[in-house]
Write a protein that binds this ligand. Sequence first.
Ligand code: CTP
Length: 394
Amino acid sequence: MKKNLVLGVSGGIAVYKALEIVSLLVKKDINVNVIMTESATKFVTPLSFQSLSQNMVTCDMFAEPKAWEIQHISLAEKADVFLVAPATANIIGKVANGIADDMLSTTIMATKAKVIFAPAMNTNMYENPIVQENIKKLKSLGYEFIDPAEGRLACGTSGKGKLESPEIIVDKVLMELNENKDLLNKNVVVTAGPTIAPIDPVRFITNRSTGKMGYAIAKEARNRGANVTLISGPTSIIAPKDINVVEVSTNEEMKNEVMNIFDEADIVIKSAAVADYKPKNYSTQKIKKGDGELCIEFIRDNDILMELGSKKKNQILVGFAAESQELKDNAMSKLQRKNLDYIVANDITASDTGFASEDNKVIILSKEGKEIYLDKMSKEKIATNLFDIILEKR
Ligand code: CTP
């Protein structure tokens, strides 16, 4: 069954970003019901929210008092999570002080769902002690906040008050919507992205990897209640909330970070595309071009997963295998060689899955001989399946 998110939109220039929030949530198969305050409708029309959510939008502007008295109860009960984005000083102030005088404030008052506010306002307003007191009071009562970001604001000034990015807000909502906390208090370590091997101050070699698969795994583990450390090579993905992200660039740095926390880890998933070779000699000066060929000698670098496999005690160790031929056989031999519990085998020759794609198609093999074929699906769904398999739920 679809999860239900009620989105309260209050009036500010950031209202247009709430459209993106709806669109991202609908793509994740979440049913979204939007309630707009009258001032929100001055910035963006209800029709835009209606088109994106495929649901009627509730607005104070058009509502008969009698109609919304009933409707606020049904939406309040329907909500699995209640998000207010953008949340103005006004709606925060109303809720903090028990004022329920319109559709949005009455519905928030009547809901038992988790309510998350994503404030957006001018910096001075945000820093006003009255607003801060209201936020503190609401937090102490169990309401959650996604702090605004810093940046250039619509009023022309710079400072804290920008609505946090729709991706981060949606990520937080998805975390709250996930009731399955079967990794609660487990320490999960995930590696993601590529590593780089510098040649000189301006050049390096690297592996193709956007980090999308590893980030999806880290988020899934976090959503299921785990304490997650994500050791990430360079990527363009925004660091997710509530995950300890450790940024590295070389094989050596990644190895040191993983080794440091390996003893405390319950599950380690190595989805990073680690560079196997590095230049024998790093040139501290930029290598100048000459007329002839350029030869660079490469030497083997650490096989991090192999070292983890040899140190492994009770940890569940999961590797990835990027293969262009004999997928299953090559992956199985990696699983055995590196002493893994599971391996996710990835056919890198497929053009519509794998690198940089939103989707993947993999086979998950276990050391006991299980073979699970996951047909083309989103990297998020692969991550969900992977943990279901690790936790022996399928
Ligand atoms: N891996 C690692 N350290 C390396 C290379 C790979 O920890 N130097 C890990 C990857 O994170 C992945 C698994 O080992 O989980 C397999 O990576 P892959 O690149 O498919 O295989 P390789 O071991 O490098 O073997 P080959 O290049 O021969 O396919």
